[in-house]
Ligand binder design. Structure first.
Ligand SMILES: Cc1cc2nc3c(=O)[nH]c(=O)nc-3n(C[C@H](O)[C@H](O)[C@H](O)COP(=O)(O)O)c2cc1C
Length: 410
């Protein structure tokens, strides 16, 4: 089924998805999602070189198989900052889940809870933190913070998350401005469904914002003193999200960060930077278990989760795949994506003599050389493929406001 928010088609499907791998959802989702929305999610910045390498670079690392091992009853269960989880696979924070499903973050939280996975809400969530908490009151969740220039906004957010059981904060520091995302320009993308915290802050006038407008309201300067102030004002642990160098890891820890989140924002920020998995080992060495490490960017396989854990991560996030799962199947769709990666991880564990996630963290990984491509972005006229036209993925243009028609600067 498809429902419409001011002409924008949203899925209301609720079904557990059968898939061979999570990648295939990316093609399936095009049939129910408007083109601009799909490319907003799928694409990266500039030539998308970093975005492509995020997944390709897992091939720089080889898992060494092990045999003659006892492989009965392995488990992917793990513990992270005192939270007991069924899997190290976690939900990375993503803005505007209403682009995928009418139940938005409420269903993502339910799906993550059903899979026993850690959930995160973005500052740019559509649903309120109160509604998300109600969806799975006992489930563990983190809040992702885009620090605003206006501390009145920040304090409004802090008050709300303190009352709704969030276990900690991911402070995003790699997106003080938006990366140059050509897809958003080509499709003139604006957020089609209002974002709760902006609606509250702007007294109900937060609709139809471009990605660039949203980032413009964020702080363009975040320093160690902000980490300290956020910790003080919220009393919650703060994990710094967007670390890609040893220097920044030291800086974050020096400011009292309770964890380091190694990511390049899924290749949506600086194009030309390294694949996230390639910077993980050096950062893990520098952090030296003083604080936990989260990793994401490009994870599409259980073997990717395995490699990230073996190279120093304690938890491994996924972004785009669960949003496609949400669109195609609501809460059970999200659950099925996490389950699929967890199932693949379990097989990899059995083939490497790892019975526990702790064993995976000590597994042997070898580095190998590689070459990379240099293609144009997926929305460049030379590469862009015809987009499927179906009854469910069309925007109705006779509504009061056409949610995706505003100009987006970048
Ligand atoms: C559509 C989209 C929106 C995102 N929104 C946010 C956000 O609001 N806050 C944030 O810290 N990261 C955001 N990210 C980055 C993710 O948290 C994560 O780092 C990234 O998706 C991981 O890469 P992957 O999609 O290849 O798994 C977003 C990513 C995507 C794809």
């Amino acid at each position: 089924m498809t429902v419409y928010y001011k002409g924008f088609p949203q899925s209301d499907r609720e079904e557990y998805l059968h898939m061979i791998n999570v990648d295939e959802l990316e093609q399936r989702v095009k049939k129910i999602m408007p083109e601009g929305a799909y490319y907003y999610i799928a694409s990266g910045s500039e030539n998308e070189w970093t975005w492509r390498n995020n997944t390709a670079a897992f091939n720089h690392w080889q898992i060494i198989p092990r045999a003659l091992t006892d492989m009965e009853n392995p488990s992917t269960a793990t513990e992270f900052m005192g939270m007991k989880l069924k899997t190290p696979v976690m939900i990375s924070p993503i803005a505007c889940h209403g682009i995928a499903h009418t139940m938005a973050e409420v269903d993502t939280q339910k799906g993550a809870a059903a899979a026993g996975a850690l959930f995160a809400s973005s500052t740019y969530a559509n649903k309120s933190v109160e509604d998300i908490a109600k969806a799975a009151p006992d489930a563990p969740r983190f809040f992702q913070l885009y620090l605003s220039k206006d501390w009145k906004f920040n304090e409004m957010v802090f008050d709300a998350i303190k009352k709704t059981g969030y276990k900690g904060i991911y402070l995003t520091v790699d997106a003080l401005v938006s990366g140059y995302r050509e897809a958003n320009l080509r499709t003139k993308f604006t957020y089609p469904v209002p974002l709760d915290f902006f609606t509250r802050y702007l007294d109900g006038k937060g609709e139809g914002q471009s990605v660039a407008q949203m980032y413009a309201s964020s702080a363009q300067k975040i320093g160690p003193e902000d980490v300290r102030r956020i910790k003080e004002e919220t009393g919650l642990p703060v994990i710094v999200k967007g670390v890609e160098s040893v220097e920044d890891a030291y800086k974050a820890m020096g400011a009292g960060a309770d964890g380091i989140y190694v990511t390049n924002h899924g290749g949506r920020q600086l194009d030309g930077g390294p694949a996230a998995i390639d910077v993980l080992p050096a950062i893990a060495k520098a952090v030296n278990h003083q604080v936990p490490i989260i990793f994401d960017s490009g994870v599409r396989r259980g073997s990717h989760v395995f490699k990230a854990l073996a190279l120093g991560a304690d938890m491994v996030g996924i972004g785009r795949p669960y949003l496609y799962g949400l669109a195609l199947g609501g809460a059970p769709g999200v659950q099925s994506v996490i389950d699929q990666l967890d199932k693949e991880l379990l097989i990899d564990m059995q083939l490497t003599g790892c019975k526990t996630i702790e064993d995976v963290k000590h597994a042997k990984i070898a580095h190998i050389n590689y070459t990379a491509d240099n293609l144009d972005s997926i929305t460049s006229p030379d590469r862009m493929k015809p987009y499927p036209k179906t009854a469910d993925n069309q925007i109705k243009t006779n509504g009061a406001s056409d949610a995706t028609s505003g100009a987006s600067e970048h």
